[in-house]
Design a protein around this ligand. Structure first.
Ligand SMILES: [Zn+2]
Length: 106
């Protein structure tokens, strides 16, 4: 049966025989740990190709870069600030956010 997901390249061997080369599949995109959206600025590359990239090419350089998307990180930082100033109660923060708020240094 014909598959739409595998990429097959037809090439000819040096001896003249036709070859069917199967291109390796790309890994899936990274997703945000809170909302599940596809993360921007994280390349879809194999482990070997990822190792060739520099550290800053692999994920954004910010708090929870590569773990949470930008809107979720903004929300976490807001809630953290509001908790420390007392403008927000701990019970008012979503329970899934508490793990990330506790993990922040300041
Ligand atoms: Zn998110």
């Amino acid at each position: 049966m014909r598959s739409t997901s595998t990429k097959i390249r037809c090439r000819r061997s040096p001896s003249g025989r036709p070859l069917r080369l199967v291109k390796p599949k790309k890994p899936g995109a990274a997703h945000c740990a809170l909302c599940g959206k596809i993360m921007q600025a994280i390349p879809r590359r194999s482990q070997a190709q990822m190792a060739k990239l520099s550290k800053t090419e692999k994920r954004p350089e910010r708090v929870y870069g590569g773990v949470l998307c930008a809107p979720c990180t903004q929300q976490i930082v807001k809630e953290k600030t509001r908790l420390t100033t007392g403008a927000l109660l701990r019970s008012e923060v979503p329970i899934t956010h508490l793990k990330y708020i506790q993990g922040m240094k300041r």
